[in-house]
Design a protein around this ligand. Structure first.
Ligand SMILES: [Zn+2]
Length: 145
């Protein structure tokens, strides 16, 4: 929980419960972070390197190659190179994973509604991490040929 101070910046505050008592067990501090450059193909953060010259656009040669193939394929089909073609089943796989995450978030909210025991929190976190890790490993590959 945060409240803006006189300078307009937000600082963490202690949550007040409905009965007026405070809970100082959990304080969340979210630091604003500067935008990091990301790979123009896979969108993963680019490693910071002290180089001179043009900034890197891609994390590596495979992404540079896929981007090239995608632009070339778009040119062949006469579509805007900023658009990509996806197989329908690829998009469906992504939607399935997102639905799985949505369901896991609902499960966790339900499971922790009345039980905040360390065991319940650990089980909820394990469940959420399992689903989230499957989503984080998901790779969406546009058609490039
Ligand atoms: Zn990349």
């Amino acid at each position: 929980m945060t409240e803006p101070d006189s300078e307009g910046t937000t600082r963490p505050t202690i949550a007040k419960l409905a009965d007026g008592s405070s809970t100082d067990t959990f304080v969340t501090v979210t630091k604003p972070h500067e935008p990091r450059p990301v790979c123009a193909w896979c969108r993963r953060p680019l490693a910071r390197t002290a180089t001179t010259g043009r900034p890197k656009l891609y994390c590596g040669q495979p992404c540079r190659q896929r981007a090239y193939e995608s632009r070339r394929h778009a040119g062949t089909l006469g579509i805007d190179p900023e658009n990509v073609l996806l197989r329908k089943e690829e998009l469906e796989r992504l939607h399935d994973r997102l639905y799985e995450l949505e369901a896991a978030l609902e499960d966790v909210a339900m499971d922790l509604q009345d039980d905040h025991s360390p065991k319940a929190v650990k089980e909820a976190l394990d469940h959420l991490c399992g689903v989230a890790s499957r989503l984080s490993a998901f790779v969406l590959e546009p058609i490039t040929n």
